[in-house]
Write a protein that binds this ligand. Structure first.
Ligand code: 5GP
Ligand code: ZN
Length: 115
């Protein structure tokens, strides 16, 4: 738990968020500035800065995080239409919150990210 990290504070209930899923390993909540009808962030409960900081022991955790993202996509009803999972990493990758998170974005047709 990092006192200065907004996602750690959401995980520990010190900061408010619209939480849609929580278990012993991960928490999911709605993005405060949604870019599509569904925009959920899935984060590990433990503070991990980014993909850069992942270690071999995190393999199950990251697998679980993606399983939860898929389950939430089904619950949101966007699994058939499709959706996008994004993990921005570092400044060049557009990461602004340095607590690893997967964006689950869907509910509308999206432009291809590579143009
Ligand atoms: P990044 O740019 O790091 O990939 O994504 C960070 C995301 O966190 C952004 O989409 C931003 O809107 C969201 N965000 C930042 N602060 C908060 C917050 O306090 N609450 C919630 N629910 N989302 C946040
Ligand atoms: Zn954190």
């Amino acid at each position: 738990m990092r006192e200065t990290c907004i996602f750690c504070r959401i995980v520990s209930n010190e900061a408010r968020a619209a939480i849609v899923y929580r278990d012993e390993q991960v928490t999911a909540f709605r993005d405060i500035h949604p870019v599509a009808p569904t925009h959920i962030l899935v984060v590990p409960n433990r503070h991990i800065e980014s993909v850069n900081a992942l270690e071999a022991e995190d393999e199950r955790l990251m697998g679980h995080l993606f399983i939860v993202a898929g389950k939430l996509a089904r619950e949101e009803g966007i699994d058939r239409g499709g959706y996008r999972l994004i993990v921005n990493t570092g400044a060049d990758g557009g990461q602004t919150v340095f607590h690893l998170h997967v964006h689950l974005i869907g509910g509308q047709r999206m432009m291809h990210p590579m143009g």
